[in-house]
Design a protein around this ligand. Structure first.
Ligand code: FES
Ligand code: FES
Length: 195
């Protein structure tokens, strides 16, 4: 006689999301992305590919950006999670959200929450001096050039190809002069990176 499948034991996980503590009682295989969207009703974080290729699901865990589709919720018991809802809200946008609006850093908007969260965390990484693949010198401060931004944001794909606006928004949020009509150069950099 075939054995009947054993029931999966639920697991209790405590997540502090945008400053509010939540208890999630879920199958231990539940991803952080599904816990946010399906268990807690936080739909700002988007599911694109669901396997770490598009960046639509980017959130911050204790200040560092991760793909929430690649993390189990139970791995983050006790952690502080920041989603796009925690950065700002209509009428009180964060500087990065505001810059995306002013520079048309989106078209359909599906990738935008991930782009904004990723860009916000990326500015912090650059300020801490983390080098990227295109950094010339590992010992000097990071200057966020167009090339640096394109490389550091290469994990966030935009099917609408709003990259020129995204890069200009990030330059603006970093206190730099946006590059105006630099769109063609930026798209070429992104396409080179994808090859
Ligand atoms: S949904 Fe997570 S990387 Fe695409
Ligand atoms: S704005 Fe449509 S996918 Fe990026």
């Amino acid at each position: 006689m075939a054995n009947s499948p054993r029931p999966i034991a639920m697991i209790e996980t405590t997540l502090t999301i945008n400053g509010t503590r939540h208890e999630v009682n879920a199958d231990p295989r539940t991803t952080l992305l599904d816990a946010l969207r399906h268990h807690l009703g936080l739909h700002g974080t988007k599911k694109g590919c669901d396997h770490g290729q598009c960046g639509a699901c980017t959130v911050m865990v204790d200040g560092e950006r991760i793909n929430s589709c690649l993390a189990l919720a139970c791995m983050h018991d006790g952690d502080e999670i920041t989603t796009v809802e925690g950065l700002g809200q209509p009428g009180n946008l964060s500087p990065m959200q505001d810059a995306f609006v002013r520079h048309d850093g989106y078209q359909c908007g599906y990738c935008t929450p991930g782009q904004v969260v990723s860009a916000t965390a990326m500015l912090g990484e650059a300020k801490r001096g983390w080098p990227s693949f295109v950094s010339d010198d590992l010992d000097t401060d990071v200057a966020l050039t167009t090339q640096e931004i394109s490389e550091r944001m290469s994990g966030n794909l935009c099917r609408c190809s709003a990259y020129p606006g995204i890069v200009n928004a990030i330059l603006d949020a970093d206190g730099q002069q946006p590059e105006g009509e630099a769109g063609a150069e930026i798209v070429n950099l992104v396409l080179e990176g994808a090859q």
